[in-house]
Design a protein around this ligand. Structure first.
Ligand code: PMP
Length: 930
């Protein structure tokens, strides 16, 4: 009898369309009924009495899972929920909407917590369920993983995979031997896998657990099996399996308790469940299992490389069970053994002489941040103590030791004592064989400049924990598994300058001592304590990809800049009325980057100071007062510049322009009168400059100068059409005015194809101002002009600047120019910028919210609009996108008059991989429902 016949004859339902669904034992179909409703028809080989029992469970659970639903059963005409036809048991259930967890790209911590909560509620709802009729166990019983694996392991050909499964099963057996008898038992659904849990997207853009399907594997077994299966499949799809497991456990324990025994078996049971899955489907070689294996084997490999006590510590913490741990035996002696470290030891990171110590579980800024492609949390904390020295050195054992293993440059030692510990030495070439004894002080081997030593409480952890870096969220668990080697080696405590200043205290102090007008980025700001290249990290070691800080032009904490600054600070610092080589050398270097004629340098301390001086100079030299400025521009924070910056005087709190300020139309091809398609847009926009010059001249107040950013920053990354500045400058200069190019945002090679922004417009300004990137964060700025203008500015009045051009600033400025050159950063900006922009253009094709992508090199803007026709600015959305991206570890912030443009101006070491990470996170965030 066909499915449709059964539906008609036994249920009185008319099906019009049948589509097969997957299933292990059952043949499931989705059927569309003539009344438009959809049902699932399950044809099962299971005993009808067993299915009736499963239906009883559905009845107990229905309504008991909070917002999470279970299928509704359709009764047959005779009132039964099971119909037997041709030896098969047939049931009909409502269709539930949603996507299976396996279909989602990723699982948020909230979604995983909801999964855990659903498991807990399921356990509570089934607490008093009757035992099942028929067999007391089956293949998927969490207590029978050993037999299930034994049955199929012979079909796994790959010896590496077999070894991984065997290792996990040995953890499972060990846990079972110890705890099997004390595990509470209960009826459980036992199959909260990623095909059986549906999620739905809510208007907040997040997926929530919506329904649980398939009670076919329900059993009376270990109660913790409910959670273990949910944990198993959460780990299966996660780049950070333990974090995912912890999220599920957190959700579970918010609703129900776990015993110590349950917590002890949870990880091995979950990992073993994935092994049963992989081995079974490999053994059965069915199409159904094939797709699942794509994720399962890699997940098993990852879990088999996870020290089980790390998992246990993580899950204990997630469950709120924090246990005391035995301390490692302290040596009691500072530097137990001369030779462990080749120089005096009272040094923390970056310490004495050339020897550097990197502390255990502290951010390792020097190491490249290891990122996963699926958006997993970056691993940023160093596991173990890192010691580096300028020359190869001998490494001696701090305690009596026995060699457990010695492979290429990795030595594992056992240190017997009241509490045996193991140490793992990476980077040591050792002559020893396994089993050799090394007395305290004896040679372990030799290191070529760098060694990493980590201490472990078990041999297994010492062998498995090969990671150099671990994610910040795992720090607490790692601290339990791997004690601080500094303690072990008798090193002094590390000094942490920021200790005590957590983010709450910092923000509280800011709110007391800062004015409200001094805003900070982000609703929940991160407490930044370090940075390297294009990355920043907070006090918990969490890393953030920086797409905002164009000031850190050559990278955060750039070693060349740091070395130049510290060396010069140790040597000489004074002011520019004294004569010293650095200022002369720097002035020569800087002017060499500019067109001939722009030879005279005024070194100052901020972009505002530079623009203020440029305006003053223009006024004095021309004997005029009036200024032309591009609508939307920002030029600085002084009194003069506030009245000359439309971005401020027209914005919130603005009190209008100075009487001498005259705006010209902003040449914005996205919103303005002449669009991207207009090849004559540049000269067309410049007509407004010509008009204003004529008007002012006719009024007897011709302009002193026209000040323009070479590409507009705060106005929202607005790039001028070709020919704009050439035409505008010509109009101003013909009337005797000067042209000031504000390069504060875009200079120093950021635009890629050109070193200075004005070069892309084929103009030579009379005065150039620069700042932000010039000192890589050190306050440094400049005005550069011609000898003629500089001489005309000399009215006899002295110009003095206390800090501008001091020897330290000049050393730093020189290092920045050196670094741009040595690292090829201008070309890098061009290439990376093109790649970045291509990626963003591709997103624009996908997400309606993106109205425009623009810019050059590493100065890009992504404008968000609510409607592509009306171009209504998506202000709130731009802020939300920035906040959500920050939560994902990527920093960007809105700018522009409406705060609707994401400004992208990262430190130049930003790589194409960084650009891809940015783009994928933006894609993810925009993909949430708006
Ligand atoms: N000019 C432009 C184009 C700017 O963007 C800024 C700063 N955002 C300034 C000048 C002022 O520079 P500073 O903040 O160093 O005074």
């Amino acid at each position: 009898m066909s499915v449709l016949d059964v539906l008609g004859e036994r249920y009185g339902l008319r099906g019009v369309e049948v589509a097969p669904l997957g299933g292990e034992l059952d043949q499931n179909s989705a059927v569309l009924l003539d009344d438009g409703a959809q049902v699932v028809v399950k044809v099962s080989g299971q005993d009808p009495s067993r299915i009736r029992w499963q239906h009883e469970l559905i009845g107990l659970v229905d309504g008991a899972l909070g917002p999470v639903r279970v299928p509704t059963l359709r009764r047959a005409l005779d009132g039964e929920s099971v119909v037997v036809a041709a030896d098969r048991a047939i049931t009909v259930q409502s269709w539930l909407d949603g996507r299976t967890l396996s279909e989602l790209d990723g699982h948020s911590p909230e979604l995983l917590a909801e999964l855990g909560a659903a498991a807990a509620r399921m356990v509570r709802a089934l607490d008093r369920a009757p035992a099942p009729p028929g067999p007391a166990t089956h293949h998927w019983d969490v207590l029978g993983a050993g037999e299930a694996v034994a049955e199929g392991i012979g079909s796994v050909d790959d010896p590496a995979r077999r070894a991984e499964v065997e290792r996990i099963l040995s953890w499972w057996s060990r846990a079972m031997d110890r705890h099997r008898d004390s595990l509470p038992r209960s009826v459980v659904h036992q199959d909260l896998n990623d095909f059986n849990v549906l999620a739905r997207r809510d208007p907040d853009g997040r997926h929530h657990v919506h329904a649980v399907l398939d009670f076919g594997d329900a059993l009376l077994t270990a109660r913790v099996g409910e959670l273990a299966v949910a944990v198993a499949y959460a780990m299966l799809r996660s780049a950070g399996p333990l974090t995912a497991a912890a999220d599920v456990v957190r959700g579970y324990t918010a609703e129900a308790g776990l015993t110590e025994a349950e917590l002890a078996v949870l990880f091995p049971m979950a990992a073993a469940r994935l092994c049963v899955n992989a081995v079974t489907w490999t053994h059965r070689r069915t199409g159904y299992g094939h797709e699942r294996m794509r994720h399962t084997w890699p997940a098993i490999a990852a879990l088999a490389a996870t020290p089980p006590e790390l998992a246990e510590a993580t899950l204990h913490e997630a469950a709120g069970h924090v246990r005391a741990i035995d301390p490692v035996p302290a040596t009691g002696a500072r530097c137990a053994v001369p030779g462990l470290i080749p120089v005096p030891l009272d040094a923390s990171l970056g310490g004495a002489g050339e020897v550097r110590l990197g502390r255990h579980l502290e951010p390792d800024a020097r190491a490249p941040v290891r990122r996963t492609t699926t958006g997993g949390e970056p691993a940023t904390l160093r596991l173990g103590l890192a010691i580096s020295a300028p020359a190869p050195f001998a490494v001696n054992a701090p305690f009596d030791a026995v060699v457990e293993s010695n492979e290429t440059a990795v030595v594992v030692l056992r240190h017997d004592g009241p509490r045996t510990v193991w140490s793992r030495w990476t980077g040591v070439l050792s002559p020893h064989a396994d089993g050799d004894a090394i007395a305290a002080g004896g040679l372990i081997g030799h290191a070529d400049r760098a060694v990493r030593v980590a201490v472990f409480r078990t041999l297994e952890a010492a062998l498995l924990a090969t990671s150099v870096l671990v994610p910040a969220s795992e720090a607490a668990a790692w601290a339990r598994v791997s004690p601080d080697p500094a303690e072990f080696a008798g090193l002094p405590e590390a000094r942490r300058p920021e200790a005590g200043w957590d983010v709450e205290r910092v923000t509280a102090a800011r709110s007391v001592h800062f004015a409200r007008s001094q805003r900070s980025y982000y609703r929940r700001p991160m407490n930044l304590v370090g940075g390297r290249g294009a990355w920043l990290h907070d006090d918990a070691g969490r890393a953030y990809l920086d797409a905002i800080n164009n000031v850190s032009h050559v990278g955060h904490a750039n070693p060349r800049v740091v070395a130049a600054a510290t060396t010069q600070l140790r040597t000489l610092n004074t002011n520019s009325r004294f004569v010293y080589p650095g200022i002369a050398a720097y002035s020569e270097r800087l002017t060499a980057t500019l067109p001939d004629g722009l030879d005279v340098v005024f070194l100052v301390c901020s972009g505002s100071e530079a623009n203020d001086l440029a305006v003053r100079m223009a006024r004095q030299v021309t004997g005029r007062r009036d200024m032309l400025v591009v609508d939307g521009a920002y030029h600085g924070n002084t009194s003069v510049l506030t009245g000359l910056s439309p971005n401020r005087y027209k914005g919130p709190g603005g009190t209008g322009p100075d009487p001498t300020t005259h705006e010209v139309e902003q040449p914005d091809r996205y919103r303005g009168r002449h669009g991207y398609g207009d090849p004559a847009a540049g000269p067309a926009y410049a007509q407004d400059v010509r008009r204003q010059v004529a008007r002012l001249t006719a009024a007897g107040t011709p302009p002193a100068a026209f000040i323009a950013e070479s590409a507009m920053g705060t106005a929202g990354s607005v790039f001028y059409p070709a020919g704009y500045l050439a035409e505008a400058f010509a109009a101003v200069q013909a009337a005797g005015g000067l042209c000031i190019a504000d390069e504060v945002q875009v200079g120093f090679g950021r635009l890629g194809d050109v070193f200075w922004g004005f070069e892309s417009q084929d103009v030579v300004p009379d005065i150039v101002t620069m700042g932000k990137p010039m000192g890589n964060g050190h306050p440094m700025a400049a005005v550069v002009t011609t000898r003629e203008i500089a001489d005309a500015f000399d009215s006899g009045m002295k110009y003095f600047n206390t800090f501008g051009g001091n020897p330290v600033s000049c050393a730093i400025g020189t290092a920045v120019l050196d670094e741009i050159e040595a690292a090829g950063l201008q070309r890098h900006a061009a290439e990376t910028g093109r790649h970045f922009k291509d990626g963003l253009d591709a997103l624009a094709a996908k997400h309606e919210l993106i109205g425009d992508v623009r810019g050059h090199g590493m100065y890009l803007g992504v404008e968000l609009v609510r409607d592509r026709d009306t171009k209504e600015p998506a202000t709130a959305e731009a802020l939300l996108v920035s906040e959500l991206m920050k939560d994902e570890g990527v920093l960007v912030y809105p700018t522009g008059p409406a705060g609707s443009v994401l400004k992208l101006k990262p430190p130049l070491p930003f790589t194409t991989a960084d650009a891809d990470l940015f783009t994928s996170v933006l894609d993810d965030v925009l993909g949430r429902d708006w």
